[in-house]
Design a protein around this ligand. Structure first.
Ligand code: PDD
Length: 287
């Protein structure tokens, strides 16, 4: 079935949706994005994703394409039109098309941002088999640009990282910079040692995950100890548990890093509990 997608004010069949070849996201990766999950037809952590979108736009001096309420309406309409029960909504804003290629930003009075949204239908998303088996990750050098707190569409290196992992029979890569883990290719990274959850503190080195914020809040509410600091791959290999968070995976256990089993080599109880709490609370709070 063809999806209905959204492009600059119009709902269209995906085959008819078009963006200019001069669009700056295409030529310069001059665009930002958000991925928001849908559970039971409800949109999860919507206000957090839009707050981060507005921050990304602000950091890049890019115009806001629509008001909060309008964006919510578009998300809801796409969920309705595409009958999404579980899945994701992808949103991208670019600086638009000035009708030519030029490094200089176009005049925002003349060139409006491009706004594109589409849904990804993923029945069974909340019941992912990976929650039971766990993920195997490799570590690679973090070679991304230095403003990872801005959610830009420059995803070539993360894609290459996933491919490197696949080639080694693994699921994903954790990125290492100056000897410590920054995050996963498309998720935030955590370890658990002696009951303490350890994850890198917020800075320009990592994306400020919306799922991360929610999971850490739930962890603290459940009286779990959270320490926000960097950790090494060796420390991770010696941890009792490891896991990742993102809007598309929620909380998933990591059972192996660079061939070394984590803890017992099976998904750990803290990750399982956090996944359960996250899914339960998110379903309640979805809009
Ligand atoms: N990725 N770190 C990176 C580098 C990411 O790309 C993502 C999200 C996260 C987790 O952020 P959040 O919890 O807000 O999803 C951390 C999305 C899912 C993607 O690119 O598909």
């Amino acid at each position: 079935m063809s999806r209905t997608v959204y492009v600059n004010g119009e709902y269209l069949p995906e085959e008819e949706a078009k963006v200019s070849i001069f669009d700056r996201s295409f030529l310069m990766a001059d665009g930002v994005y958000e991925v928001t999950s849908v559970l039971g037809g409800k949109i999860i952590d919507f206000s957090g994703h839009i707050a981060r979108l507005e921050r990304s736009l602000g950091e890049l001096d890019m115009q806001k394409p629509a008001a909060f309420d309008d964006l919510l309406e578009i998300h809801r309409e796409l969920v309705r039109l595409n009958e999404i029960d579980e899945g994701m909504i992808y949103l991208q804003v670019s600086r638009g098309s000035a009708g030519d290629r030029d490094f200089v930003f176009p005049d925002p009075e003349k060139v409006k941002p491009t706004l594109v949204l589409f849904t990804q239908n993923k029945p069974g998303l909340a019941d992912s088999p990976a929650a039971k088996t766990g993920l195997k990750v490799i570590s690679i050098e973090d070679m991304r640009w230095a403003r990872r707190d801005i959610k830009t569409v420059q995803l070539l290196y993360p894609s290459m990282g996933k491919m490197m992992a696949k080639k080694q029979g693994c699921d994903d890569a954790w990125l290492v910079e100056d000897g410590v883990v920054t995050e996963g290719t498309s998720n935030n990274a955590y370890i658990v040692k002696n009951g303490t959850i350890i994850t890198r503190e917020l800075s320009t080195h990592i994306l400020h995950g919306i799922t991360r914020a929610a999971v850490l809040r739930f962890a603290r509410e459940a009286q779990m100890t959270v320490v926000e600091r960097p950790f090494t791959i060796e420390e991770a290999q010696d941890a009792d548990e490891a896991f990742i968070t993102s809007a598309s995976t929620f909380v998933l256990p990591v059972v192996e890093i660079d061939g070394a089993a984590i803890g017992t080599g099976a998904p750990g109880p803290m990750a399982a509990r956090l996944r359960e709490i996250y899914l339960e609370e998110s379903r309640k709070a979805g809009v």
